[in-house]
Design a protein around this ligand. Structure first.
Ligand code: TRP
Length: 399
């Protein structure tokens, strides 16, 4: 291989983003990702439109461009403006007992969308997916799905508008019929192109994508949407899930459904910095909803990558590099007060505020958030999980 060729290959592999792997040599280049995937940037005019249509200020994740890309979100808003409702679909692969802050991001945002638009929501727990990818037993995946359901419920979803299901329990009937119809529209070459499966992958993986695609079509939920085949679907998710829905959007018109719309988020960075990978096997790379106040303080002080200078003198002189500073990134996600964030950015960037002060403020905010989550989760009973997961009509879901 000549030199040019190999450097080209290297460049191609510098950034890998798919549902199972997110890695980059440096920072993730989101502009490149938007271009490669073919989605659109979520611009200010759409954010203003959401504020106008819902009569509430846009969510902090919209203001800070945490949700930064979309597909056909404008069409959902057009329909909504005409008086047509839609439904929300999101999900989680239950691969671990404890969720970290990054896992909460799509659910916090979905809760806001549900409240703001007053629409039904289906949440898929892909216990089958994690059983196949993570080498978990069927029983262990099912147990994790129920545990994770408690964390999801703790985010505050409205039980009169929300159906949570696990694939192992719910797949069958109309849902399975849709899976088969979807599968018939997708060639092996196509999934290899989209997901990069190889001949070494077991066939469970190759046949999984229709399971995640099926909830995008209303007829997969006859207890909710019978006679509403025209209902549109909006999927909030992190952008690594895009390949599943590229495939889904491709087949939707052939099966007589609207293409699901998407609203997609950035990845939540690891404490060690945006280049590091947040790894479930390294508990020090993330803050978990089960961490104590003391854990949170220690992790932030010890591990949160700082853009501050190496000495106080230099810091006063040059200021912090906000581009790489993890406490600033985390505050961008979770400090809701725009004026305070701007103040911290200015003072820290100019070197008048020190890393320790910024970390202290972040510790306060995250401790409060994690405490609130812990209390909410402790209040979720097994009966509530059963109630959210019961296959039942939701008579007031559009009110
Ligand atoms: N595959 C996702 C995961 O591993 C779970 C999932 C299923 C999902 N359906 C979804 C995520 C819809 C977002 C939107 O976490």
């Amino acid at each position: 291989m000549d030199k040019n060729n190999s450097s080209e290959n290297q460049e191609q592999e510098e950034q890998v983003v798919n549902p199972w792997e997110v890695s980059a040599k440096g920072k993730i280049d989101y502009d490149k990702l938007i271009e490669k995937f073919g989605c659109q940037r979520l611009d200010q005019s759409i954010i203003d439109r959401v504020a106008r249509l819902t009569g509430r200020p846009p969510h902090v994740f919209l203001r800070r461009a945490v949700f930064f890309a979309h597909r056909d979100f404008n069409e959902i808003l057009d329909a909504y403006e005409r008086g047509e409702k839609f439904y929300l679909y999101t999900g989680r692969g239950p691969s671990s007992e404890a969720l970290h802050l990054g896992h909460l991001v799509p659910f916090m945002f979905t809760k806001y969308l549900q409240d703001a638009f007053k629409v039904p929501l289906v949440i898929q727990l892909t216990d089958d997916e994690k059983c196949m990818w993570k080498n978990l037993t069927v029983e262990e995946s099912q147990r994790l799905a129920r545990e994770n359901a408690k964390d999801i419920i703790a985010c505050g979803f409205d039980i009169s508008k929300t159906f949570i299901f696990s694939d192992f329990d719910y797949v069958g009937g109309s849902f399975y019929k849709n899976m088969v119809k979807i599968a018939k529209c997708v060639t092996y070459n196509k999934v290899v192109g989209i997901f990069g499966f190889t001949g070494e992958d077991h066939i469970g993986k190759v046949s999984f994508p229709p399971v995640q695609a099926a909830p995008s079509f209303p007829s997969s939920f006859p207890h909710l949407f019978t006679g509403k085949d025209n209902l549109r679907c909006l999927i909030p998710c992190a952008i690594d899930q895009d390949p599943y829905f590229r495939m889904t959007r491709d087949v939707a018109p052939r099966l007589g459904y609207h293409k699901p719309a998407l609203i997609e988020s950035l990845f939540f960075p690891a404490l060690q910095g945006e280049t590091g990978k947040m790894s479930a096997s390294d508990p020090n790379s993330a803050i978990y909803v089960t961490d104590s106040g003391k854990d949170i303080k220690n992790k932030i002080n010890k591990y949160a990558f700082s853009g501050g200078q190496d000495s106080v003198e230099n810091h006063r002189k040059y200021g912090a590099n906000l581009e790489v500073d993890i406490p600033i990134k985390y505050l961008g996600f979770f400090l809701e007060d725009d004026a305070e964030l701007e103040y911290i950015r200015t003072e820290y960037g100019a070197g008048r505020m020190l890393t320790g002060e910024v970390k202290k403020r972040l510790t306060e905010i995250l401790t409060e958030m994690v405490e609130r989550h812990r209390r909410a989760r402790a209040a979720v009973t097994d009966e509530m999980v059963d109630a959210f997961m019961a296959v039942r009509p939701l008579p007031n879901m559009f009110n």
